[in-house]
Design a binder for this molecule. Structure first.
Ligand code: G3P
Length: 217
């Protein structure tokens, strides 16, 4: 499973997000890639209409909070996502950290309200907290490699230590700098079940060719 995190790049928001998801849907309906091999995480402003328009594509949120419905201006609640038929979200991404004293409690709270979380972590201590909270998935991303084009697989010892901790207890993802089909293959060989990936796909001149390269490993 690859999560294409569209972040807030100009190349992957608004009309461009729509073009990307349409291209991925075409690849899926033409049988060139399997739809269950990937999920798209668009900007929250794009998520509702993309969910309605592209029924055969897995779509998840980049973020959610444990806030309740009500007077919480600007926050995203689990109920907001469920109302848009979204049931998965990233959480605690390196670019949107929420780690604090209520981390474990908040993960439990959000998941109890129907949203499955892929919790991003930067080290094993954070991974242990996400395990304690019984996160649906945990994604290890070394912050310094995000957007660098240098794959997380260049740190195999760190990846293996992470996988040894979480495997069999949650769905393990890795990410940061994953750029090529070969990088994806190495992630899988190390034992990752999922990969989070952004810039190599979003910034590719030919996104269709890049999607085929990354998804047909
Ligand atoms: O969420 C995935 C992300 O942080 C990795 O980004 O650009 O290194 O693939 P990138």
């Amino acid at each position: 499973m690859i999560i294409f995190n569209l972040k807030t790049y100009a190349e992957s928001t608004g009309k461009n997000a729509q073009n990307i998801v349409e291209m991925l849907e075409n690849l899926t309906s033409e049988g060139k890639v399997a739809g269950d091999k990937f999920t798209v995480a668009p900007s929250v402003l794009d998520i509702g209409h993309l969910r309605k328009q592209f029924r055969n594509i897995n779509i998840m949120s980049q973020n959610v909070s444990a806030k309740s419905p009500g007077s919480n201006t600007g926050w995203i609640t689990p109920e907001n996502l469920l109302g848009n038929e979204i049931t998965f979200s990233l959480y605690n991404h390196s670019e949107n950290r929420v780690l604090g004293s209520s981390f474990v409690e908040d993960i439990r709270n959000i998941q109890s309200r129907g949203i499955k979380l892929i919790v991003c972590v930067e080290n094993l201590d954070e991974a242990a907290l996400a395990l304690e909270a019984e996160a649906f998935g945990i994604a290890y991303e070394p912050k310094e490699l995000i957007g660098s084009g240098v794959s997380v697989t260049t740190k195999p010892d760190e990846v293996i230590a992470f996988l040894n901790l979480v495997k069999g207890r949650t769905m393990p993802f890795v990410g940061a700098g994953v750029s090529t089909g070969e990088d994806v293959l190495k992630c899988k060989e190390l034992g990752a079940e999922g990969i989070i990936l952004a810039s190599a796909f979003v910034k590719a001149q030919d996104k269709e060719a890049k999607a085929l390269e990354l998804l047909n490993v």
